[in-house]
Design a binder for this molecule. Structure first.
Ligand code: TXA
Ligand code: MG
Length: 356
């Protein structure tokens, strides 16, 4: 299959109109279009068309019990797919939409089980990215969209990542440049008495509690260590996630100790002939004398760490690093959301640099 790659940043207004119309046409015929959102790139299909949804699973190589998020542009669309919307659910949607929040609600019969992995609930999100909004509106459909990576790879934060993974598998990629946030939306389950965060993201538990008075973290994501026997409620959270080809280890502690420890570990492995990658920050970059060193962003602006995370992980693979030592961000703002992804990538291997 030929993959049309449309760079929305360089084309004229008229060409843009035409591309968006074409993208909508592909969706209405049951095909797939990758598009930017403020979190990560999505792989979109008509969410009410089971065959179109099936194509998403095929293109990603995704297990069929892992449900999709339905993307909308208008609050009225909620009632087309949700059976019941509690006043609290309504409040957080009004507060955080359009934006990086996905809300789980009881589903209507009309939503195909192909989209919800057989669950009787549905995940709904209204993205804020202007290209995403125009694409969804032009399609005149509710858009089912997972992240546009091949299953087992990091979510795409650049259209180039989508191209690497989806070239030849889908008819169209809309390139809207680098995404803003860089990690997937916060998922909050609103079907019970207390809102439960199933996946941490840019919108925090505290942000949600500020609006409706309460929110808790799903116990399956609350701990630093993988907790055996606790089953994640978001089916996607249970799968083996992206892990770099090299063995990744997170080093935590006081910054100067972390730097010393990483340098020690790096030299040790290099002596044994291994290629070693280091995930540093802008602030510490110059203090690592050897290794394949990449900055993930600035500790003072943790949103840059989230924005660079998946790209840096992809680059570590490309560099052929066999061991990857990374600074950690447990105590920073957005720490929950960032460490949730980093811990998975590192297979929950964490070393403390502060212990003697
Ligand atoms: O930021 C995002 O949410 C991106 C962009 C494209 O919007 N999308 C995304 O989709 O991350 P995906 O498919 O990679 O992740 C969806 C997650 C999975 O962990 C899935 O299990 C969970 O949402 N999910 C979907 N429907 C659910 C439901 N009814 N109940 C619980 N979890 C659900
Ligand atoms: Mg995903």
């Amino acid at each position: 299959m030929h993959t049309d790659y449309i760079d929305l940043g360089t084309i004229s207004e008229v060409e843009r109109e035409y591309a968006m119309e074409e993208a909508g046409e592909i969706i209405r015929r049951g095909g797939l279009v990758a598009f930017p959102t403020e979190t990560v790139y999505g792989l979109g299909a008509d969410g009410m068309n089971p065959d179109a949804c099936a194509r998403i699973y095929e293109a990603k190589g995704r297990p069929s019990d892992n449900p999709l998020i339905l993307h909308i542009v208008d609050m009225k669309q909620v009632d087309e797919i949700a059976r019941e919307v509690s006043p609290d659910a309504r409040k957080i949607m009004e507060e955080f939409w359009p934006g990086p929040l996905t809300v789980i609600l009881p589903k209507k019969e009309t939503v195909p089980s192909r989209a919800t992995g057989g669950l009787d609930t549905v995940a709904i999100r209204m993205p804020s990215h202007p290209d995403a909004r125009e694409f969804i509106r032009k399609s005149r459909r509710i858009i089912a969209a997972p992240s546009a990576n091949v299953s087992g790879k990091p979510s795409p934060t650049l259209a180039e990542h989508v191209y690497e993974d989806m070239k030849g598998r889908i008819p169209m990629i809309l390139d809207g440049g680098a995404v803003g946030i860089g990690i997937e939306s916060t998922i909050v389950d609103m079907t019970g008495d207390c809102p439960v965060i199933l996946r941490p993201g840019y919108i925090s538990k505290e942000d949600i509690a500020d609006v409706i008075g309460q929110a808790e973290l799903d116990p399956a994501i609350a701990g630093r260590e993988r907790q055996e026997g606790i089953v994640a409620k978001a089916p996607g959270m249970k799968y083996r996630h992206y892990a770099p080809k090299g063995q990744m280890i997170l080093v935590e502690g006081k910054t100067e100790n972390v730097i010393r420890k990483i340098n020690e570990l790096t030299q040790n492995k290099q002596t044994q002939g291994y290629r070693v990658g280091i995930i540093a920050t802008d602030d510490t970059l110059s203090q690592y004398p050897t290794g394949i060193i990449k900055s993930i962003g600035s500790r003072e602006h943790t949103e840059t760490v989230a924005a660079n995370l998946y790209r840096v992980l992809r680059e570590m693979d490309e560099s052929g690093a066999e061991y990857i030592y990374s600074e950690s961000f447990f105590t920073e703002p957005m720490g929950d959301a960032i460490m949730n992804r980093m811990l998975k990538a590192a297979g929950y291997r964490v070393i403390s640099a502060d212990e003697a």
